[in-house]
Design a protein around this ligand. Structure first.
Ligand code: ATP
Ligand code: MG
Length: 253
């Protein structure tokens, strides 16, 4: 069992898209996968077709009460072997509510201990911030997968991202590793995309996945139907890219 946190404090770089699709392909291959949505935006939750109005218990209850993970896990009916801990907007208040709580950084790690043996992989979809939710996720994880968008400002903020990981390693989770760096919204025809990849490789060396995710309209459309790409259009370029990523991810295990 391995817990992987998908993290980049920058918004809109492809964290949730990667989370939904990597989890779906792994589950489709027969691995038992749990994804934890720890973003108040709840994009993984809605992207997997869950209606937020019907959620009774969520990651908010995990972090702020005695609720166990088992009580919150939903089975994703569309895809065998895929399970979700959902998120709702309520989560936005959790940090303030827990302001004076001792050991609040390790709540998720502790709760994960009960269910670790039940899954092959657990993926945590982080919000775009460096706050309490992200620290809980990094502390609970074996490794961190970082999507980076191929754009001019791609490396801006990477220093801060790396120092956050170092800080968590030093104080809360000494075994935390970098799982891999994923270049998203890649366009091989442009000089910029290729330059950004070269820059990122200088920084992260062989941690950068060979698979890159192209800008693909089908990937952007799928969540509005509550479907992962494997069910929305498994022949499109974006689907192929996430399939390749899944292979590479598994080869690295
Ligand atoms: P946030 O930081 O807000 O959580 P995020 O890092 O999770 O964002 P996504 O939600 O995955 O990023 O992607 C941001 C937007 O870009 C979404 O509308 C998504 O559908 C779209 N998108 C993501 N990846 C691609 C892609 N490869 N091609 C085209 N659109 C994409
Ligand atoms: Mg997201």
């Amino acid at each position: 069992m391995r817990t992987i946190c998908i993290f980049n404090q920058k918004g809109g770089v492809g964290k949730t898209t990667t989370n939904i699709n990597l989890c779906s392909y792994l589950a489709n291959k027969g691995y038992k996968v749990l994804t934890i949505d720890i973003d108040p935006q709840g994009n993984t939750t809605s992207g997997l077709g869950i209606d937020k109005k019907n959620i009774e218990l969520s990651i908010y209850d995990i972090l702020t009460s005695e609720t166990s993970l088992k009580e919150t896990i939903l089975k994703i009916e569309l895809i065998d072997n895929l399970y979700l801990v959902p998120s709702t907007m309520e989560l936005a208040g959790a940090e303030v509510e827990l302001m004076s709580e001792k050991n609040r950084e390790v709540i998720l790690k502790k709760k994960l201990e009960d269910i670790k043996d039940e899954f092959d992989f657990i993926f945590i979809d982080c919000p775009p911030s460096l706050g309490f939710l992200t620290i809980n996720s990094l502390t609970a994880s074996d490794s961190v997968l970082i999507p980076i968008q191929c754009e001019f400002y791609a490396l801006e903020g990477v220093g801060q991202l790396v120092s956050t990981i170092q800080l968590v390693k030093k104080s809360l989770n000494k075994n935390l590793e970098v799982e891999g760096i994923l270049m998203s919204m890649f366009d091989g025809r442009t000089k910029l995309s290729n330059e950004v990849v070269d820059e990122v490789k200088k920084y992260f060396k062989d941690k950068v996945y060979k698979a890159t995710i192209p800008r693909n309209i089908r990937l952007a459309e799928a969540p509005s139907f509550g479907l992962p790409i494997i069910l929305y259009d498994d022949k499109c370029k974006g689907a192929k890219a996430y399939e390749d990523l899944t292979e590479e991810f598994l080869n690295n295990q």
